[in-house]
Design a binder for this molecule. Structure first.
Ligand code: FE2
Ligand code: FE2
Length: 185
């Protein structure tokens, strides 16, 4: 099994590649929460910002591709494109709220502050994970059969932009992970 922070795109298997990006995005969130548990606000914020950076690029490409699927093609889908687009907007907005809360916290956190943040992030995590699951069990399968041209475009965009972001994040992510390991002692 892949480490969730390692993405190995599989040629011709867009669904698997997208799922790997979802696990990567989930793992960045989990690292932000681990930093919170270690009482380090700055570290949590930096993991969170990597999470949001990848998520924003991810969502922008999905929105762009969804806009190119006709209503006729969507008739065979379990959920319409508008639902995915609305969820994207909600997730991004919620993610910004989490970031604003993290920025407003002191650098060294108390136990009640940590609990309050993790509780607040629970709803965000549920929203994000349900959305990803919807895409994995329905959208990606349906888009491949109803809209192969859009799926091919999606595949090209993924390989260009998501991979660029993934490679850009690698160095800072390694440094942040090392910092987290030191905190855990
Ligand atoms: Fe999405
Ligand atoms: Fe997605």
């Amino acid at each position: 099994m892949n480490n969730p922070l390692t993405i190995s795109p599989r040629e011709g298997d867009t669904a698997s590649t997208v799922a790997q990006y979802h696990r990567y995005i989930d793992e960045l969130l989990c690292l932000a929460q681990q930093a919170l548990v270690e009482k380090d606000r700055d570290l949590a914020l930096q993991f969170w910002q990597l999470h949001i950076a990848m998520l924003s690029i991810h969502v922008a490409i999905e929105d762009d591709c969804l806009a190119q699927v006709s209503g006729e093609e969507q008739k065979q889908w379990r959920w319409p494109a508008s639902l995915y687009v609305a969820e994207h907007a909600k997730i991004i907005q919620f993610g910004s709220k989490v970031e604003a809360r993290l920025k407003a916290l002191p650098e060294v956190l108390t136990a009640p502050q940590i609990i309050a943040e993790i509780d607040f992030q629970r709803s965000y995590k549920n929203l994000l994970q349900h959305h990803e699951e919807r895409e994995e069990i329905a959208l990606l399968q349906e888009m491949a059969s109803t809209s192969p041209a859009v799926m091919a475009l999606f595949d090209r965009r993924i390989s260009q932009q998501w991979q660029d972001c993934y490679h850009r994040q690698k160095h800072s992510l390694t440094l942040l992970q090392q910092h987290l390991v030191r905190l855990k002692g």
